[in-house]
Write a protein that binds this ligand. Structure first.
Ligand SMILES: Nc1ncnc2c1ncn2[C@@H]1O[C@H](COP(=O)(O)OP(=O)(O)OP(=O)(O)O)[C@@H](O)[C@H]1O
Length: 283
């Protein structure tokens, strides 16, 4: 495991506050993510986790605070600009082209990497053709890496749910990201699919050395995989630490079990050292 503070941070979030009318979705959140680090954000339903992702990726602009990605400020940049700098994202709900094949969906992930414009393509096919070959080679590497070979020619919509989630991960990898945001990567998966996904996430960190931020309700997965965990509740950061530190923190247990959360359809299970509680499931 790599300590987040050892190398220059990939992401630096400082005192970010995001308000909607009457709701403070993020309230003074700060954290850094280091090179090769797998950083998790957990918290009850409505705690602000997805809002943090939306701030990082440029969908929401917070009223206060700053966010740096690879040393550059990102607030005020458009989502596609931030993506082009190397921040890729998967979504809670799969966002793929169901009628396209696995290969074609992965090729779409290469779109931002195409560096030859229409003039180059029209005037002289050399560089554009070479680019396409490079894209296809990169996609083949991803097919191997995520063990998708047997599904490559199938329309994505016909594939099992767990495989579709894997294709979505592959599409994000196809962007050759410098940071990967995983929004509930195992939501809705069965045990076998979850174990497969856990293995791929570890391989992404350890073999591809891509840092990741993961929002996930499966507490077992978070505690097994994450290097560090940020806990938020009602937008407020409760603590940041290793999985062991976080699980021992009384404020964390309170946030998951406290009276405030006994109503309103929020979670009922605290993170457990056994690492099996699927805390914070959607009602
Ligand atoms: N576009 C928006 N407009 C108004 N309120 C919003 C908007 N997006 C999020 N919120 C509110 O901000 C708070 C945090 O929501 P967010 O979706 O970030 O939580 P979350 O931790 O990701 O929840 P979940 O675990 O259910 O996905 C919630 O009260 C939510 O209703």
């Amino acid at each position: 495991m790599t300590a987040g503070s050892a190398a220059a941070p990939v992401v630096e979030v400082a005192d970010v506050t995001l308000r909607f009318k009457g709701v403070t979705a993020i309230n003074g959140v700060s954290f850094t993510v280091g090179e090769h680090e797998l950083f998790a954000i957990i918290g009850p339903n409505g705690a602000g986790k997805t809002s943090i992702f939306n701030v990082l990726s440029g969908v929401y602009r917070p009223q206060e605070g700053s966010v740096r990605f690879l040393g550059e400020p990102v607030l005020g940049r458009r989502p596609h600009t931030i993506a082009a700098r190397g921040m890729a994202r998967t979504f809670q709900n799969i966002e793929l082209f169901e009628n396209l094949t696995v290969i074609d969906n992965l090729m779409l992930g290469r779109a931002h990497a195409v560096r030859y414009g229409m003039f180059a393509a029209a005037g002289w096919l050399g560089p554009a053709r070479r680019s396409e070959l490079a894209d296809r080679a990169a996609v083949e590497d991803i097919v191997d890496f995520l063990e998708l070979a047997q599904y490559r020619g199938f329309p994505v919509g016909l594939l099992p749910y767990g495989v579709q989630k894997r294709v979505e991960l592959g599409r994000a990898l196809a962007m050759e990201p410098k940071l990967l945001l995983l929004d509930e990567p195992v939501a809705g998966m069965n045990l076998e699919e979850t174990e497969d996904m856990a293995r791929f996430i570890l391989d992404i960190r350890d073999e591809l050395e891509i840092p990741m931020i993961m929002v996930e309700h499966d507490m077992g997965l978070v505690m097994d995989l994450a290097d560090r965990v940020l806990v938020v509740d009602f937008g407020v950061p409760i603590t940041t630490g290793t999985p062991v530190e976080v699980q021992r923190n009384p404020d964390v247990v309170k946030a998951y079990l406290g009276e405030d959360h006994a109503t309103g359809g929020r979670r009922s299970k605290a993170p457990s050292a056994a690492g099996t509680a699927a805390a914070g499931e959607h009602p």
